[in-house]
Design a binder for this molecule. Structure first.
Ligand SMILES: Cc1cc2nc3c(=O)[nH]c(=O)nc-3n(C[C@H](O)[C@H](O)[C@H](O)COP(=O)(O)OP(=O)(O)OC[C@H]3O[C@@H](n4cnc5c(N)ncnc54)[C@H](O)[C@@H]3O)c2cc1C
Length: 408
């Protein structure tokens, strides 16, 4: 069915979420002549945050948005992932550029907030309307248009509504049902918080692991604070998005109680952190990403989890293709089908990276997996050129799995 609007009228699109997928989509839809509103529950675009990667196909999207130079300049240039033992002794290290193909210019790592600021910057002085501090409360698709009631009480009508509101997507819950149907728990939960960099770390990740318990630091450039993480395995999800913070802290503290290395300090810092972020490590898997005039993109549709390290790239690629297909087709049903046909194989290849056996190098669940990791590290130590053997060809193939269509 084609839009009820007379030909030539601007199609009205509402995007929920202004992080990575949302503003990327808004940028392209605005260029293609759509009337775009973005609703974001936070009072502004959330800056700051942990480092993320833009790789392969997603770098092409950045290039087409004129952002490649800016993104390259923001590359944080981490040098290595170092693995330490109980007393802090170095067990081995892997040069990051060997793992990520940055030496081929195919991987840029930058703070998440720097990317969201760039994307917002590109879209703020346009006809795109940002609606901060608000959220969709009710949504009704009558086949002709979508009626939206916002938390603020405002009511509007749109031709298309797009959920770009992340792993715990509000749009998905309202339109497709509860998250539990689509959330595939990967067996771990994490706590992320910042701590002063008292260890003099610089441009590196340091990881200490016991079976099913992983502690580490990310030192971004020479920032005064480190990103600290405490990750643990649990057979069933230990907490959901509404878990009590205090309960979650106590559970983590108890699990890490006898931990070596910096763990006691980290547990103490976690208790007092004002930026503690915790969640389960999960993927979103859905049989179809659209219903009527409503469609999902980014983590809302197919979050891969940070074990894949590809969520931001997938958000940019999905947004680019969805906007392009909407521009190419008057009919939204055809556009959504073409979007899904084009990107689903790429999304699934990248989601699969999170559940490969090699993922246990960073996240060992058992003594056996820890021993296998140590064996691999020992072989790296004894063969200085050995690092290149660990270049991850499968991951590189997934990162580049889509030949980006040209639209417009
Ligand atoms: C600890 C951690 C480490 C990560 N590491 C990496 C990595 O190394 N590499 C990588 O590529 N990716 C990484 N990721 C994943 C990456 O952050 C996400 O995949 C990516 O941000 C997805 O972008 P998105 O725009 O789809 O969703 P999000 O970034 O989740 O954004 C969703 C937006 O929607 C807004 N929102 C939520 N609910 C509502 C609502 N009801 N109404 C309006 N707005 C709403 C939120 O405020 C937010 O702005 C990591 C994630 C985590 C948590």
């Amino acid at each position: 069915m084609s839009s009820h609007l007379s030909r030539g009228a601007r199609r009205r699109v509402l995007i929920s979420g202004a992080s990575i997928a949302g503003p990327t989509l808004a940028y392209w839809l605005d260029r293609y002549g759509f009337a775009v509103t973005v609703v974001e529950r936070a009072p502004t675009v959330r800056s700051g945050g942990y480092p993320i990667d833009i790789r392969g196909t997603a770098l092409k999207v950045a290039e087409r948005m004129g952002l490649r130079t800016q993104i390259d300049a923001a590359h944080i240039g981490s040098r290595s992932v170092k693995f330490v033992g109980r007393a802090g002794e170095t067990l081995g290290a892997m040069p990051i550029y060997e793992l990520t193909a940055n030496d081929l210019g195919q991987d840029v790592e930058l703070p998440r907030g720097v990317l969201t600021d760039m994307l917002y910057g590109l879209t703020r002085n346009t006809t795109i309307r940002y609606r901060f501090g608000d959220s969709i409360e009710a949504i009704k698709d009558d086949g002709e248009e979508v009626h939206v009631r916002f938390k603020s009480g405002a009511q509007e009508r749109y031709d298309i509504v797009i959920g770009a509101d992340g792993l715990h997507s509000n749009t998905r819950r309202l339109v497709f049902g509860p998250e539990t149907t689509y959330n595939h728990y990967l067996g771990f939960a994490f706590n992320l918080f910042s701590m002063p960099n008292d260890l003099g770390l610089s441009r590196e990740a340091v990881i200490y692991a016991e079976p099913g318990r992983i502690a580490g630091f990310l030192a971004v450039r020479d920032y005064p604070d480190l990103f600290a993480f405490l990750i643990f395995a649990a057979d069933t999800p230990p907490f959901g998005q509404h878990a009590e913070k205090a309960e979650q802290i106590e559970r983590t503290a108890a699990l890490f109680a006898d931990g070596g290395w910096q763990v006691p300090r980290m547990v103490e810092a976690m208790r007092h952190a004002d930026d503690l972020f915790f969640d389960t490590v999960s993927q979103i898997r859905m049989p179809v990403w659209s219903k009527g005039r409503i469609v999902l993109v980014g983590d809302a549709a197919c979050a891969p989890s940070f074990r894949a390290g590809q969520g931001s790239s997938m958000a940019m690629v999905g947004a680019y293709v969805l906007a392009g297909e909407l521009a190419r087709h008057d009919n939204h049903t055809e556009a959504f089908a073409a979007y899904e046909r084009t990107v689903r194989p790429y999304m699934e290849a990248n989601q699969a990276l999170a559940t490969r056996d090699t993922a246990s190098i960073l996240f060992p669940r058992s003594q056996q997996e820890l021993d296998a990791r140590d064996k691999m590290l020992a072989s790296l130590r004894s063969d200085q050129s050995g690092a290149t053997k660990y270049r991850d060809a499968d991951a590189e193939a997934a990162h580049n799995a889509l030949k980006l269509p040209v639209y417009g």
